[in-house]
Design a protein around this ligand. Structure first.
Ligand code: MN
Length: 277
């Protein structure tokens, strides 16, 4: 298991490339939940910079490009982004009312502000002083079970969910992903229908995922509770939350209506970036 950080991709988010065991899927995740222990460690993209000299979020637009450290060889860094010892909840890339009426600001407040925050807080508490403390989140998900798995996976799943939306995003897939959708499902509309059916068919709380295998073939996965396709060696690219807390304030028991509306806010440029072909 090796964790790579690709400095060229450090613009708005931290890109984490996780290389699985030989023979399994190498995958790139566009997931800004990141985890790096700071004490005595060098920055993964800049081996001559101590993480303890870096500031959280340095170089991001919010910081005005301030707080960038200088490397020991005297180079002023352009971008630097690291997370401290604990996982931190990233700020959403849109305003709380931006997804309305598909997802209301009140649902964002409860779902992102309280449910997702609680998963991250629990995760941080559970890994403290354990061997999981230094692991990337994807590895914790793959190696843990029980209450730690539930909180780690839910922390990851929600970031993946919320960061795939934009009110003015790309409305349909293109490129290699669209080719694969047409090959397997016949049309984008048919994929949408199958995803909606799968989401409506999840019994109780869970998720409906679109993921790819090592050959790029797509699978729709009905998942219970915190289940994540990473544990099956698959690469997730799209997910719909079908826990009641995701839709009840806005749609009450009308889960199929919620699923249908979500297509209006999915940004397919994000989904394409998660499809590594
Ligand atoms: Mn949720």
């Amino acid at each position: 298991m090796r964790l790579h950080h690709n400095q060229s991709s450090y613009d708005r988010f931290l890109w984490t490339t996780l290389q699985y065991k030989p023979g399994l899927l190498p995958t790139t995740h566009h997931n800004p939940l990141c985890h790096t222990r700071s004490e005595g460690m060098n920055h993964p993209g800049h081996p001559d910079v101590l993480l303890s000299d870096c500031k959280v979020g340095a170089g991001l637009p919010e910081s005005g490009g301030q707080n960038l450290p200088t490397t020991r060889s005297g180079t002023k860094l352009k971008y630097l982004y690291y997370c401290p010892m604990k996982f931190t909840q990233p700020i959403l890339p849109y305003a709380p009312d931006a997804l309305s009426p598909v997802i209301s600001p009140m649902t964002i407040d409860y779902h992102y502000g309280k449910h997702e925050k609680a998963y991250i807080d629990n995760l941080n508490r559970l890994i403290e002083d354990t061997p999981y403390e230094d692991m990337p989140l994807e590895r914790i998900i793959i190696e843990s079970d029980g209450v730690l798995f539930n909180n780690a996976s839910q922390a990851w799943n929600h970031i993946f969910y919320f960061f795939q939306f934009q009110p003015q995003g790309q409305k349909a897939p293109g490129g290699k992903l669209m080719e694969q959708i047409e090959k397997q499902f016949g049309s984008f509309e048919e994929l949408q229908k199958k995803m909606e059916e799968a989401g409506a068919g999840v019994f109780g709380s869970g998720w409906v995922w679109l993921a790819n295998n090592v050959n790029g073939e797509l699978e729709i996965i009905k998942a219970s509770n915190a289940e994540n396709p990473l544990t099956r060696g698959l690469n997730p690219i799209l997910v719909f939350d079908v826990w009641e807390h995701a839709y009840y304030l806005d749609y009450q028991n009308r889960r199929p209506e919620y699923l249908k509306k979500l297509w209006d806010i999915v940004d397919w440029s994000v989904i394409e970036s998660r499809y590594p072909f």
